[in-house]
Design a protein around this ligand. Structure first.
Ligand code: TRP
Length: 335
């Protein structure tokens, strides 16, 4: 049986990059796999969080994921902190993880910055918790963006180390499902930097809650160049803004950059932008409407993830009990 696990950070200001880069892929997978989707609040607190903002972001991300089409009936959608087995397995796996492996993690180095001595232990152990997220469900497949490839590799190594240490074939080595490169969405103002929630200019991104008029305005103002569209993707090299808009079009349409180039060869952006706007509005505006509706009903959103947590615990707890047996812990008195 194939089981998918994936996680998303509870960040505010969900934007097109989050949608095309992660959330939309989840929607497509839920019919083909048993899918478990987790909002990773325990990972979020590896960096400082303002509690009220975290609460708001958790509901916003849940609303965004559901509005985008992840169906909480057909998959399991929950918040990580509601399933304590994640944290407990993370500890047990930490005991099987050599420091040398963690020292190679590039994301830790980036996030810890210059003063590595001041970084929290949680930030350092982040990849171990991520391994626990996946392995506590014995998931076989993990859809992740490119930036999480190294962490997933480590999850495989940790699963293998556990199996070897105890002479078992207990944890499957999770297979990455890396999302396509075309879904790397860049800023609408600067094609060389990623679309980001923290960019000071709201015109740099399309938020998942933007209405049709706002989407149209932002795309009209999006930076381009004066050349016509090329017939092949190679013609987009050295044209980051043009490449970004063509990439967004292809991703929204579910086609390829090559197909979009072939269709629009020789046309100017004055012609391409309105087509992109129409496509973006027809795809994104209904999601934004639904997302705003859900965000106005936090009680419903909380209910969705409460139900998900119950179903997640029902899978995770027996697996954790088996891990206890493998390690040699005693059964009496276990809850
Ligand atoms: N670290 C991932 C990210 O920042 C989120 C995440 C946490 C995750 N646990 C996971 C992704 C398990 C896949 C599987 O995007």
């Amino acid at each position: 049986m194939n089981r998918i696990f994936s996680g998303i950070q509870p960040t505010g200001n969900l934007h097109l990059g989050n949608y095309l880069g992660a959330i939309r892929n989840w929607v497509g997978l839920q019919d083909d796999f048993e899918s478990i989707y987790c909002i990773v609040d325990l990972h979020a607190v590896t960096l400082p969080q303002e509690p009220d903002e975290l609460r708001r972001n958790l509901r916003e991300v849940t609303a965004g994921v559901v509005a985008a089409g992840v169906d909480p009936q057909r998959c399991i959608l929950f918040a990580q902190s509601a399933v304590p087995a994640h944290s407990e397995l993370a500890w047990l796996l930490a005991c099987q993880t050599p420091l040398g492996w963690l020292n190679r993690m590039t994301q830790f180095k980036e996030k810890a910055g210059k003063h590595r001595e001041n970084a929290g232990l949680g930030l350092y152990a982040y990849p171990v918790l991520m391994a626990a997220d996946i392995l506590i469900y014995r998931a076989t497949h993990v859809p992740v963006g490119d930036d999480q490839k190294q962490h997933l590799e480590l999850s495989r190594d940790i699963a293998g180390a556990f199996n070897r240490q105890f002479g078992v074939d207990f944890f499957p080595l999770p297979e990455p499902q890396i999302f396509g490169a075309a879904t790397r969405v860049m800023s609408l103002r600067d094609g060389s930097s990623k679309m980001s929630k923290s960019d000071v200019s709201d015109y740099s991104r399309i938020n998942m809650t933007d209405d049709a008029d706002t989407i149209a305005l932002k795309l009209r103002k999006a930076r381009t160049d004066a050349d016509p569209l090329p017939g092949v993707p190679a013609g987009l090299a050295e044209r980051p803004e043009a490449a970004n808009l063509v990439g967004i079009y292809a991703a929204l349409e579910g086609s390829t950059v090559a197909a979009v180039c072939a269709e629009y060869e020789g046309r100017m952006f004055s012609e391409f932008k309105p087509a992109l706007t129409e496509l973006a509005i027809s795809t994104l505006a209904p999601i934004a409407d639904e997302m705003r509706r859900l965000m106005d009903d936090p009680g419903h959103v909380d209910g969705v993830i409460a139900d998900g947590a119950k179903r997640a615990r029902a899978i995770a707890e027996p697996i954790l009990a088996e891990v206890h047996d493998i390690l040699g812990f005693l059964r009496p008195g276990r809850g």
